[in-house]
Write a protein that binds this ligand. Structure first.
Ligand code: MTE
Ligand code: MO
Length: 161
């Protein structure tokens, strides 16, 4: 498990990355947050700051958008990179174990001070679960977050996505 690729970082980067759990855990401690309860009391576990991942991948100045993909569950959010650069995190661990699927694992995006669902681009819906790919791009990428209360409600009725 610890040697399988959990997260691909691609697009407007100098170095495309395919990261395992061990790679995430080995990122400089200055980017590691031990307990995300400090930014969201509903969540538990350890996270890595988005900025740590961006530096690892040598993000290019041309990157304007960040698209967080869960290809496995077909859920995707694309937001202006500048709007989350200093407040985006990737939750990936519970002590020394991978984050469980029930918590959105093995990798889950989490934004500090997100807005209510579909009240702004950077909303709770952008806290993508089961993230497998992060894409940096010049133009806005694919986004299939629910756009209104009805589609949002339908989404929440579905089990396990
Ligand atoms: N992969 C995936 N991530 C997702 C969703 C989803 O359906 N699939 N729903 C989003 C929406 S609309 C919201 S409001 C939050 C809800 O997070 P929670 O279930 O942990 O409260 O997750 C977001 N992340
Ligand atoms: Mo949402």
């Amino acid at each position: 498990m610890n040697s399988s690729v959990l997260l691909t970082v691609e697009g407007e980067v100098g170095k495309q990355c395919k990261l395992t759990w061990n790679d995430l855990a080995a990122i400089d401690p200055r980017w590691q947050m031990e307990d995300v309860r400090q930014i969201d009391p509903k969540r538990m576990g350890g996270a890595i700051a988005l900025e740590g991942i961006l530096q690892l991948a040598e993000v290019k100045p041309s990157a304007e958008y960040l698209t967080i993909h869960s290809d496995r569950s077909d859920f995707h959010a694309s937001i202006p990179l500048a709007s989350v650069r200093d407040r985006g995190y990737l939750l990936y661990r519970q002590q020394d174990q991978p984050l469980e699927t029930t918590a959105g694992g093995p990798v889950r995006f989490l934004i500090r001070d997100f807005a209510a669902c579909h009240s702004s681009e950077v909303d709770e819906c952008a806290n993508v679960k089961f993230v497998d790919r992060i894409e940096l791009s010049i133009e806005r990428g694919f986004d299939n977050r629910p756009v209104d209360d009805i589609s949002h409600e339908e989404l929440h009725q579905q089990e396990g996505n």
